[in-house]
Design a protein around this ligand. Sequence first.
Ligand code: NCD
Length: 307
Amino acid sequence: MHIISASQFSLSQLGGLFNRADFFKEQLAAGRGRQLAELHRGRQVCTIFYQPSTRTRLSFETAALKLGFGVVSTENALESSSSSKGESLEDTIRTLNGYGYSAIVIRHNQQGAAKRAAAVSQVPIINAGDGKGEHPTQALYDAYTIYKNLGRLDNLRIVMGGDLKYGRTVRSLSQLLAKYKDNQVTFVSLPEFSLGADIKGALSRVGLKFKETAALRAAVSKADVVYWTRLQTEHLGDDETKNSGFRIDMSIVKSMPKHAIIMHPLPRVDEISTDVDKDPRAKYFEQAANGLYVRMALLDQVASGKL
Ligand code: NCD
């Protein structure tokens, strides 16, 4: 099964993934790394990245290695693969299909690229970010982090903000949260960085309650989760403002309920001030660490044909 969009998961698949992530976390903490490394010995995963990445590529590759997979990687595929010679994505994927991988993890600069890859691939394709489309595996560990901290994924008030126009993580996470009952989402951004009409349409169709505002302090004062994102400056046109208009600092954090958690997919630039890191509600580095366990669960289930 290809992993293309956060919308594709059923609640039972999500529960299965989160249980498996718990299992891998426990096994690693108990020092059973050697046993885990037997699980997929003799298999290989390919990671092909056409855009920069720190966490996504390194956590996928680490997850694969901890499960015993060998890893074959292209980290700068736009320049170092035959894409620079004019080869189509489809031909690259057809070629990789001949090498016997258990999964191909792809990040690409074009929205829809993972879907195009999947259309010509017998090997499971995992979307590690496609332009300003989606980032479904990020949404998986975002949801896992919420569940671990708040004990539920339903009946939540979630504030998501920053650059909702070019960022892809909110586009995926909002669709995942829409699967659970009684969630209320508030999108906070300047009007010029608001969430795409395609995702808003998808959320309305599945019945998610959401609103859009620029009133940050009022929104966070009732939030269970505040999920912030950076301005995607590399995608901005020359005529677009280079300021997302908001910053999460201690004055904003003080307006949040005591039980609320602060999340960010990272990299953080300056949209969350570093003094917020000391607040016990700041969970973004814990969130990043969870990426390893959830990606182990995902690779394990994809390679075992359980997803
Ligand atoms: C995100 C991405 O690439 O979409 N990074 C990540 O994978 N954690 C967020 C971003 O780059 O802003």
